[in-house]
Design a protein around this ligand. Structure first.
Ligand SMILES: Nc1nc2c(ncn2[C@@H]2O[C@H](COP(=O)(O)OP(=O)(O)OP(=O)(O)O)[C@@H](O)[C@H]2O)c(=O)[nH]1
Ligand SMILES: [Mg+2]
Length: 216
């Protein structure tokens, strides 16, 4: 394989805890990167790929798999947080409201949230809830890395066109373009885009002054 395609080392991570509400999250004392996106978009799969472990976060064909906020300690410092997906219409309303509240509280209150990985299916990007999320991130000054997941489902030309269309839409809709990093076509099974994503996550965690405590 040519060196240009070599994937940087995955982030070694281990499961820390699950929380159904903000008060049950770990102490807000280590930099965190949260994975957000619609239900079934591929958040847990992306996290697993970046951590180099297939079964770290639970993945399922059925939308609504991740029902709690799951925290993973990164060995070199900081945490990754797998959040439940938004827009899962088949969950009972009360359950949806409880998740929505937990995610909202997390995103608004967490002081050590250093960046958000927005995962969108490359074939169905920028739904209303995604746009809402982008508006939230830019409004609060949180950097967003956009992963266009399931890119293995499209041919190269279509992938590039999809990424350009999303970049254009983001550029037009957002005043503070600096916060929106690159739009990265991503595939959990092939590792496409994983190198770029790891580079960005590494910078976020480093910039937050991680000292190798694993966030414990
Ligand atoms: N082909 C392909 N399938 C993917 C990719 N990422 C995820 N999937 C599949 O999409 C489905 C949903 O993946 P998850 O990672 O569980 O999605 P999620 O966003 O965590 O879903 P919730 O936890 O329900 O919100 C599973 O069947 C995955 O195998 C990808 O990059 N390529
Ligand atoms: Mg999940």
């Amino acid at each position: 394989m040519p060196a240009a395609n070599a994937e940087p080392k995955p982030l070694a991570a281990s499961f820390l805890l699950s929380a159904d509400r903000l008060s049950r999250c770990p102490p807000d004392d280590a930099p965190e990167v949260a994975f957000v996106g619609r239900s079934n978009a591929g958040k847990s799969s992306a996290l697993n790929r970046l951590a180099g472990q297939r079964r770290l976060a639970r993945v399922s064909k059925t939308p609504g798999r991740t029902q709690l906020m799951n925290f993973f300690a990164v060995a070199s410092g900081g945490r990754l947080v797998d959040l439940p997906g938004y827009g899962y219409a088949r969950a009972p309303k009360t359950r949806r409201e409880a998740w929505g509240q937990a995610i909202d509280d997390y995103l608004h209150e967490r002081l050590n949230l250093v960046g958000v990985v927005l995962v969108m299916d490359i074939r169905h990007p920028l739904r209303d809830a995604d746009r809402h999320m982008i508006g939230w991130g830019t409004g609060r000054g949180k950097p967003i890395l956009t992963l266009l997941s399931k890119a293995d489902k499209l041919k190269r030309g279509a992938r590039i066109a999809a990424a350009r269309a999303v970049e254009k839409a983001l550029g037009e809709g957002v005043s503070n373009g600096q916060l929106l990093g690159r739009v990265v076509p991503f595939s959990a099974p092939t590792g496409l885009g994983a190198g770029d994503a790891l580079g960005i996550l590494g910078k976020w965690l480093d910039a937050a002054g991680v000292r190798g405590e694993g966030g414990r």
